[in-house]
Design a protein around this ligand. Structure first.
Ligand code: 2HA
Ligand code: ZN
Length: 279
């Protein structure tokens, strides 16, 4: 296979690995393919492969094709051997089964987070037909913050937004939070889906981040922006438990006007404390 899609998918894996977000087999990536992208590789697809259970139902994704990383596969290895580490799967007519029609040539299954990826891609397709990418990574700074910031979406988002002027422009709907749970199952998928109905970023406490985007650049750029801001917050918190200066709610409102973004007001509460993590 030699397509732009393969190159773009691989680039996310390589760039994410280079940034240290994919230790061992950490993280996963999925993409809902366009009709023309399926046609481009049609003759390479094995439609005789056996049907397998998804473990949940995604009827709104019936008969669609997805490019996904493999379970237990290392992001580091995607650029070295794409066909061993990545699959194209075809979802059946009622959205309960899938078959591997390309890739994973040495055996294996799609990502252990397949229910989360497909259920999210379904919610996202309903929200906006153009949202095709779901990307999960383990970036250290964001995960580190889940040990010291409260489990409070408004506080978590606000403290991160303040670290980089670009943040409320890149994710104006803020960050959704999922408390620590066992990964890989339906429960964590349902919680993440609830967030993806309106937001583009979900942080799984003590684990990682899920983001969506219309294309790979957008999803990767979003992951990178959240993590970069988190890195700065970690640096600030390493120096002090307070922010002496920061961006004001009024400043964010001005950004909203100038950049024509609909910033969610619930993150712009008046702070009563300059202590990081307190309202
Ligand atoms: O190992 O990141 O959440 C892949 C994962 C599971
Ligand atoms: Zn993970």
């Amino acid at each position: 296979m030699d397509t732009k899609l393969k190159k773009d998918f691989t680039k996310v894996c390589s760039d994410g690995y280079a940034l240290g977000w994919h230790e061992r087999n950490g993280g996963n990536l999925s993409y809902r393919m366009k009709k023309e992208e399926v046609e481009e590789v049609r003759e390479l697809l094995n439609e005789n492969a056996e049907w397998r259970e998804i473990g949940t139902a995604v009827p709104y994704l019936a008969d669609e094709y997805f490019m996904v990383t493999g379970s237990g596969k290392y992001f580091r290895n995607v650029e070295l051997d794409f066909e061993d580490n990545v699959a194209i799967i075809h979802v059946n007519e009622d959205g309960t089964l899938y078959k591997i029609v390309y890739g994973l040539i040495n055996g294996g299954k799609p990502t252990s987070e397949l229910p989360t990826h497909l259920m999210n891609l379904e919610v996202l397709k309903k929200r906006d037909e153009g949202l095709r990418v779901v990307y999960h990574a383990h970036p250290a700074n964001t995960v580190a913050l889940t040990f010291v910031l409260p489990f409070d979406e408004e506080v978590f988002t606000r403290e991160i937004w303040e670290m980089e002027t670009e943040c409320p422009i890149v994710f104006p709907k803020g960050i959704g939070l999922v408390e620590w749970m066992v990964p890989g199952g339906r429960d964590i998928a349902v919680k993440t889906c609830k967030i993806m109905e309106t937001q583009d970023v979900a942080v799984w406490f003590h684990h990682g981040i899920f983001v969506t985007g219309h294309d790979f650049d957008e999803a990767f750029g979003l992951m990178h922006t959240v993590e970069k801001a988190a890195e700065m917050l970690v640096k600030v918190m390493s120096m002090s438990d307070r922010k002496v200066n920061t961006i004001s709610p009024e400043g964010f409102r001005q950004i909203a006007v100038d950049f024509k973004v609909d910033i969610d007001e619930r993150f712009l509460y008046e702070k009563r404390s300059d202590k990081i993590g307190e309202r």
